[in-house]
Design a binder for this molecule. Sequence first.
Ligand SMILES: NC(=O)c1ccc[n+]([C@@H]2O[C@H](COP(=O)([O-])OP(=O)(O)OC[C@H]3O[C@@H](n4cnc5c(N)ncnc54)[C@H](OP(=O)(O)O)[C@@H]3O)[C@@H](O)[C@H]2O)c1
Length: 341
Amino acid sequence: MTPPAVPLTQRAIVQSRYGPVRDVLALSETVPVRPPGPHEVQVEVRAAGVNPIDWQMIEGNRRLIARRRFPFTPLFDLAGVVTAVGDGVTSFRVGDRVHGDNEVDAGGTAEYVNVRSGLLAAVPAGLDFAAAAALPLAAQTALTCLDSGQVADGTHVAVIGASGGVGHLAVQTARAAGAHVVGVAGARNLDFVRSLGADEAVDRHTDDLPSRFGADSFDVVIDCVGGREQWLRAQRVLRPGGRFVTIARDEDGVVTLASAARLLSRITARKIRGAGPRGTKYVPVFLKASGSLQRRVNDLVGDGRVRAHVSRSFPLTPEGVHAALEESRAGRVTGKLVLQR
Ligand SMILES: NC(=O)c1ccc[n+]([C@@H]2O[C@H](COP(=O)([O-])OP(=O)(O)OC[C@H]3O[C@@H](n4cnc5c(N)ncnc54)[C@H](OP(=O)(O)O)[C@@H]3O)[C@@H](O)[C@H]2O)c1
C-alpha cells in the first residue's frame, strides 16, 4: 500500500499548564508530526475516549507522581488508522485500524500520534472508531479487576458503580466469565445495569449490600467508586477469604505528600487487617495498559459478550473536548463518553 501523505504539522488541542480544562486547553495549528521511532506506530486519530484520569491529570491532581512536560496533547484512549510504522514493528501495517490506552504519552486530541506498538490492538471487525476508543482504559481495568479477584464460573461478584465506565464493563466481563453478578447503581441506571446482564441491580440510595444480602454472600466486591465506606460495607458481605478489589482511592483531589503517605499506610493496614480472622483480602488495582490485555477484551467484544455503551459523543474540537471533560468531571456518566472527527 502507498503510504498516505502525512503533513509536517497538525492541529491538536494542547494543554499549556496545569489548571481547569477551559483555562489550559486550546487549539494549536502548528504541532509537529513526528515520524514514528523504533517500535512505535503512527496513528491518525479518528476518535478518543474520555476517562476521569484525563481531567484529573489536566488539573494537576497527580503532578506529584506523574509530571507532564508542556505543551502536552491529552486523552489516553484513542482509535484510528496506522499511517506509518517505526523500525522493529512487525504486528501492524499502514492502513490497519487500531486502538489502545496510550498511557503516559496520551495524544487523543492530536491528529497524528506515535504509540508504542505494545500498547495497541487491532480494532475488532464491525466496531466503529467511537466504540473502539471507548474501550481501552476502562475495559482493560475491568479485566484486571476480574483477574485480581480471581473471578471464574460461579463466583459471586458485586460491582459498586456498575453504571460507570469501568463498572459497566466489569459487569459484562464478569458475566462472560460465568459469574453471578450484582450491580450497585443509582435508580435511573438500574434497568441499564440489568441490560448488561447483571443478575440483580441494587439502588445505591435506598438499599445497600449488607441489608439486602447479609454476611458471606459474595466472593468478590469490585469497587469502582472509592471511599472508606465501600471497604467497610464490603467486609460485611464478603465470605471468609473474599476479595475487595478497588480501583479508586478514599480521597479525591490533589495528591500531596501527606495524602500519598496516608494512602500507603491505609493500603498496608488494610492488607494486614485482611489477614485477620476472616481473611478478607484488600486488593488495590492500578492498570498497566497493554495491547495484549486489549486483545483479551477484544475476544469478548468479537463474541458479542462485551461492548462499550457510548452515552454521548462530542466533536473532537476544543468546545467538544471541554464539554466532554466537564461532563466526566461531574461524575454522572452512564457508560462512556467519546469524541470523534
Ligand atoms: N486504578 C485504576 O487503574 C483506575 C482505572 C480506571 C479508573 N479509575 C478510577 O476509578 C473511578 C471510576 O472510573 P470510571 O471511569 O468508571 O468513572 P465514571 O464513568 O465517571 O463513573 C461514573 C458513574 O459512577 C456512578 N457512581 C458514582 N457514585 C456512586 C456510588 N456511590 N455508588 C454507585 N455508583 C456511583 C455514577 O452513577 P450516578 O450517576 O447514579 O451517580 C456514574 O454512572 C475513577 O475514580 C477513576 O479515576 C482507576
